[in-house]
Every structure is written in structure tokens, then in C-alpha cells.
Design a protein around this ligand. Structure first.
Ligand code: DX5
Ligand code: ZN
Length: 217
């Protein structure tokens, strides 16, 4: 099975964003990961729909938005015209998950649930696993790029993969935070189908991002 690599824009060169994004042209099975942070759910701020619309104009890869916000319901509306492929919300930020997912599915092609490192996989009722396209397991505390992978998250991948097989489901298992060439192979072996990588991809000294993506694969 082909693994999707999702470079996280958070680590890109914001003064050279267009040039940086053009470096991904021609890459297959690549999503662009966009971290939306509100300064409440996480202690950081990033970008909103205006910036993302400009990115959509120069990036032909699927846009994968990860909403680290306390009010994802409002964000469903604010971002609906951006042309996002995937909308991932944090499980911890929503009370009525089923209702939220139903609404999200009317606005976005793909909908994902994200779990903080300390939120157990078993929090998600199996009937809701059937309704989403992706589960994002945070492998750092959300808010910043460049942190170290939390090793205990590896067990959550195995547990989620078991639930996926048990219920005959096809959702993607995305891992976000501290992904490098040192742990990618083990993550894929455990069941990950989609790897987010920010600092590892964008820190390539010659800006040869394709080389870093190939290393992850
Ligand atoms: C952190 C973000 C990540 C971050 C990953 O809250 O969700 O997407 O950009 O960055 P690295 O790969 O550097 O850990
Ligand atoms: Zn992210």
C-alpha cells in the first residue's frame, strides 16, 4: 500500500512560500499539511482562510487541514470555500461528535479525527470510526513543529490498526509530530498510512525536499 507523505507547512520558509511549494511539484501521494492554530486550544497562532486560498492557487496537491482550535464548528463554515481536501478536528474540542462529523461530511470530501497524545484510542466509539476517513494520532503535544516523537504513541497505532481490521474499515492512520527517517519504517509497519513531517522535510540543507520524502518512504 502506498504511504502518503504530508509535509507540514509550519516548517516552510514563509518569505519564500511559493518557491518552497513549487519544490513539491511532480511528487506523487503527497498531501500538504496545514496546521490551523487559534492561540486557545494550543499556545500558538498560524493562518486562516485568506492565506489558504492563496496557497490553493499554487499548490495542486490535496490540502490537509489540521484544526487545533476550540471552536471547530465555526471553522467548518469559515474554511468551506478554500478547497480543502481533508478537515481534521480535535476529538477533545468537540462534545457532540456524531453531529459534528455529519455536518463536516456535507462540506468536505474527507473528515478526520485527531487525538492528543494522552487521549486513548478507545475514546472513539467504533460506530464513529466507520464515519470518518482519517484518524490523526498526535505524536507530540500539539502547537509547535520540531519536537521529539513521544514513543508511547507507537502502541496507539497498533491498537488503532487492530480496531481497523476488526471492523473491516479503511480510514487512514496519520501520524503527526517528530516523524523522521529514524522512525518512519516502524510507524508504517505498525499501521500508519499517512506521515506528517515538518522539520524533517524542510530542514534539508539544499532544499531538496524530494530527497527527504524519499527517505521517509
Ligand atoms: C504540531 C503540528 C505538526 C507539526 C509537525 O502541532 O500538528 O503538524 O508541524 O512538525 P514536526 O514534523 O517538525 O514535528
Ligand atoms: Zn498537524
Amino acid at each position: 500500500m502506498t504511504v502518503i507523505i504530508a509535509p507540514s507547512l509550519l516548517s516552510a520558509d514563509f518569505l519564500e512560500l511559493k518557491t518552497d511549494l513549487q519544490r513539491f511539484e511532480g511528487e506523487k501521494d503527497l498531501w500538504l499539511h496545514l496546521d490551523i492554530m487559534d492561540g486557545h486550544f494550543v499556545p500558538n497562532l498560524t493562518f486562516g482562510p485568506t492565506v489558504l486560498k492563496s496557497i490553493k492557487n499554487v499548490c495542486k496537491h490535496p490540502l490537509d487541514a489540521h484544526f487545533m482550535v476550540t471552536n471547530p464548528d465555526e471553522h467548518l463554515e469559515w474554511f468551506k470555500d478554500v478547497g480543502l481536501h481533508n478537515f481534521t478536528f480535535h476529538w477533545e474540542a468537540v462534545t457532540h461528535h456524531d453531529r459534528f462529523i455529519q455536518k463536516a461530511k456535507t462540506l468536505y470530501k474527507s473528515v478526520g479525527i485527531s487525538l492528543n497524545p494522552s487521549t486513548p484510542v478507545s475514546s472513539i466509539a467504533p460506530y464513529l470510526l466507520k464515519k470518518v476517513d482519517l484518524i490523526l494520532l498526535m505524536s507530540v503535544n500539539p502547537g509547535f513543529g520540531g519536537q521529539s516523537f513521544i514513543p508511547e504513541v507507537a502502541d496507539k497505532i497498533i491498537e488503532l490498526q487492530k480496531m481497523k481490521i476488526q471492523h473491516g474499515l479503511t480510514f487512514q492512520i496519520q501520524i503527526d509530530g517528530g516523524v523522521t527517517d529514524k522512525n518512519a519504517q516502524a510507524l508504517i509497519a505498525a499501521g500508519a498510512t499517512n506521515l506528517v513531517a515538518g522539520s524533517f522535510v524542510f530542514s534539508e540543507p539544499q532544499k531538496n525536499y524530494g530527497a527527504r520524502i524519499a527517505q521517509l518512504r
